[in-house]
Design a protein around this ligand. Structure first.
Ligand code: AMP
Length: 596
């Protein structure tokens, strides 16, 4: 997999070819006065969820509402519009006023349950005027004019993928002309979201990390599949979503064998994503893969599975996995007129025999006889298919002459034989498997999944801490002189800081004159996994633990004493994750230290 860094500004021609100018849209609803805009699918979802919670919902209605909920992402514009009108929740005040008005007509739009829902609508349920313009497609790309005249239209890229497709030929060269290979890119993407909200979860400018993995279109195997085949994942396939809404908890091997995931390569990347998310701090119990419903898929995709994490906002899509088939390369090939394909040579054992026509032509005789027409005749004779060549040869052999292309050929001008030949390879347009990671979303979810609280002795309020894995914690160690006012404590703290910095390990010295408990709490809160404390034992020869510091684990709050001379080795082992905390304690037999 090769890393690329392509341009953000993208010529319109590229995005015309990829289909983004025509189809990269969300469904939007606009208020009658044209001042309010909402994602039509989101507001319908909110309304239905609200109606499910409202009083007066019988089992049949609940079933109906749940069915609609499961299908929202799959709805076409007219279907969505019809559902919006059917399940509309009017503004509570307006509904109450309308109901109270003398001679008020029966509300045709809302049934009794809807009226009850409206009256009980809490402030957080989005409400809307009861009239709006029909839902329509809204293109999410930010347009701009490129160059001083501004006449060359372009866009800020809505995904990093297109840069990798238009560089396909270079990537192929780099890969030695052989499939499979991949390209990866991390960079900013821009989408003019209709309702950006929920912090990092929906923003108009965000970090995207994408892999485009090019594979043979008819081969779905991945040569490293066995390495991840036993990873167990939670799958929420299409049929399940529209049926019993249960999960399949299966190994990746089983998911492919049962056809739940259609290709080994797609499954391989999904497993890698699962392991990655767990390694950066997402809880497996709040992780799932949800398959897109047919109409939900982006215009370029053949199959899609989103890695989703459960948060206080509900299930959030953090990584998309799309089987884009040959859509993009095909589209760019058509638009540019440049071939974006791969010639694959086969092993000799796989060569495919065929009957080839060997034509022997006496070009001199043909030229002499047919003058200007000769060249046309020669190229037609050279292109003869097997059956025509056999028939012409038979006629020439039998009669010494044969009609061809409006003239009469004679035996001396041409003869044909059928010989064995081999197809030794083929030209294919690669299919593409694409995992796309939304960095901001992953970070937000990891923060939620890492958030913990614990009770602390003598304190009424629980303390918060962030249990970030060592690999992603931005600061790995805090360095804490117990008595910051004492020069000897500060000196050792500085030595420890220098040692960490020299080893490329991030650290934060907290020399504020506060209780050590407060300082630990502060470093725990920002997720620093380990603390090194310099105390009287460190600096005072008279103490048994002279020349050692304490090393504290954020999650267990356990401390051990480490000789200063050993510190570099211990720290290095932890950081390179050769050692978990329990190993630090057990293997290195470091003495547990209890604060006196
Ligand atoms: P997509 O190309 O739509 O599958 O998006 C790929 C990934 O980008 C998603 O899984 C999200 O994690 C992330 N993403 C998409 N849109 C946004 C957005 N507006 N704000 C933040 N992250 C986003």
């Amino acid at each position: 997999v090769f890393e690329l860094d392509c341009t953000i500004l993208t010529d319109k021609k590229v995005l015309d070819a990829s289909g983004h100018t025509a189809k990269f849209c969300d469904k939007m609803m606009t208020s009658k006065d044209g001042l309010d805009f909402v994602r039509a699918d989101h507001i319908l979802e909110d309304w239905i969820e609200h109606r499910l919670e409202a009083p007066g919902v019988n089992a049949a209605l609940a079933q109906e509402l749940n069915d609609v909920l499961a299908r929202i992402d799959d709805m076409s514009l007219p279907e969505l519009d019809a559902a919006l009108r059917k399940y509309f929740v009017p503004k509570p005040a307006a509904a109450a006023a309308a109901a109270a008005a003398p001679g008020a007509k029966k509300d045709k739009k809302a049934d009794a349950a809807a009226a009850a829902a409206a009256a009980a609508a809490p402030a957080k349920v989005p409400v809307y005027d009861d009239e709006w313009q029909p839902a329509k497609d809204f293109n999410l790309m930010f347009g701009t004019g490129i160059g001083p005249s501004g006449n060359s239209p372009g866009f800020l890229r809505p995904e990093t993928a297109q840069g990798m497709f238009v560089n396909f030929k270079r990537l192929l060269d780099y890969a030695g002309g052989k499939l499979p290979f991949g390209a990866a890119q991390i960079g900013k993407a821009f989408r003019n979201e209709i309702n950006p909200q929920q912090g990092l979860l929906r923003v108009r400018e965000f970090w995207l990390a994408e892999v485009e993995f090019f594979v043979h279109p008819n081969r779905s195997e991945h040569d490293r599949f066995d390495r991840i085949a036993d990873v167990e994942v939670r799958l929420f396939g299409r049929e399940r979503q529209l049926g019993d809404r249960k999960y399949d908890v299966v190994t990746i091997r089983e998911a492919v064998a049962r056809g739940i995931i259609r290709s080994q390569t797609l499954a391989y990347f999904m497993a890698r994503t699962w392991l990655f998310l767990a390694s950066v701090g997402a809880s497996k119990q709040y992780m799932r893969f949800r398959q897109h419903l047919p109409n939900e898929m982006a215009h370029y995709a053949r199959d899609c599975w989103d890695a989703e994490l459960l948060t206080s906002y509900g299930w959030i899509e953090v990584v998309g996995h799309a089987d884009r088939a040959a859509y993009d390369l095909n589209a760019h090939q058509d638009a540019s007129g440049h071939k974006l394909d791969v010639y694959e040579s086969w092993q000799q054992a796989d060569w495919k025999p065929y009957d080839a026509v060997a034509a022997k032509l006496n070009k001199g005789a043909i030229g002499k006889a047919f003058k200007q027409q000769a060249q046309e005749l020669i190229s037609a004779l050279e292109k003869l298919g097997k059956d025509d060549a056999v028939a012409l040869e038979a006629k020439l052999a039998a009669d010494g002459k044969a009609p061809f292309g409006g003239v009469e050929l004679t035996r001396d001008m041409a003869s044909f034989a059928i010989e064995k030949a081999f197809h030794k390879g083929e030209t294919v347009q690669p299919a593409v498997i694409e995992p796309a990671f939304g960095i901001g979303r992953i970070m937000y979810c990891v923060f939620e999944h890492s958030f913990r609280q614990r009770a602390v002795e003598k304190e009424t309020e629980k303390r918060n801490y962030l249990s970030l894995p060592v690999s992603v914690a931005p600061v790995k160690f805090s360095v804490l002189p117990l008595k910051p006012s004492q020069a000897s404590h500060r000196d050792v703290a500085e030595r420890v800081e220098n040692l960490l910095v020299a080893n490329g390990i991030s650290c934060k010295v907290d020399g504020v004159n506060e209780t050590i408990g407060r300082r630990y709490a502060r470093t725990d809160e920002i997720g620093i996994p380990f603390g090194i404390t310099i105390d009287d034992d460190t600096v005072d020869k008279a103490h048994a633990d002279f020349d050692s510091v304490t090393l504290r684990d954020r999650d267990s709050m356990q401390q051990v004493r480490v000789k200063l001379a050993e510190l570099e080795k211990v720290v290095d082992s932890i950081i390179k994750q050769r050692m978990a905390w329990s190993d630090v304690v057990n293997t290195l037999k470091l003495p547990i230290w209890e604060a006196k």
